[in-house]
Write a protein that binds this ligand. Structure first.
Ligand SMILES: Cc1cc2nc3c(=O)[nH]c(=O)nc-3n(C[C@H](O)[C@H](O)[C@H](O)COP(=O)(O)O)c2cc1C
Length: 177
């Protein structure tokens, strides 16, 4: 698959087979995340892989309890992404520029995971809607840290969909806004 095809192939999968994900493929997704760019190369992230079925189900049940994201339970692997305190330069930059660089960085790293997953024939879904405190407790994530996102990973059951996106003219301008 070439890169343009990969971009089109990746979609948010909300239905998964029970087939487990090979450890090697999980490692490849994590390596893709580890190699992602970040402001000042600060890499202010930790990836917590949840693959123990019982613990994973408890996380999935917690996510599902909020009503949406019931599908998270089906995914055989979840990757929780914790925001780490950035290095001084990034903190300073974030303050001066009024931009949350660590969160931007985590968005990029998470997309690396999803693209690598798609390349390996896996499905994924980025999940941002969950009871953060509840899941932090389940995963022993310190209370003073933020849990930014969870990525669901597994062999997808849902079929490829057409992408629903804004028109090119709405989102792309050349030279002037
Ligand atoms: C930061 C972020 C948070 C998201 N949170 C959720 C979520 O909680 N539940 C969900 O089903 N999808 C979630 N998504 C997936 C988006 O809904 C999805 O990317 C968007 O609808 C485009 O569809 P596609 O990924 O299939 O191309 C999230 C995506 C991002 C980038």
């Amino acid at each position: 698959m070439n890169f343009s095809e990969l971009i089109k192939q990746r979609q948010s999968n909300r239905s998964y087979q029970s087939k487990p994900v090979e450890q090697e493929k999980i490692e490849q997704c994590l390596e893709a995340a580890r190699l992602a760019p970040s402001a000042n190369n600060a890499q202010s992230w930790t990836f917590v892989v949840v693959d123990e079925p019982e613990l994973k189900n408890r996380v999935g049940e917690s996510v599902a309890r909020l009503g949406m994201n019931q599908f998270v339970n089906q995914a055989p692997v979840l990757i929780a992404v914790v925001v780490e305190k950035p290095i001084f330069l990034t903190r300073l930059g974030s303050m001066v520029q009024n931009k949350d660089y660590p969160l931007i960085d985590i968005g990029i790293a998470v997309e690396h995971i999803c693209l690598q997953a798609a390349d390996l024939g896996l499905g994924s879904c980025i999940v941002g809607w969950f009871n953060e405190n509840d899941i932090k407790k389940l995963l022993n994530i310190p209370r003073d840290k933020r849990l930014a996102l969870i990525v669901a990973l597994g062999y997808p059951k849902d079929v490829p969909r057409e992408k629903r996106r804004k028109l090119r003219e709405e989102v792309i301008h050349f030279n002037r806004y």
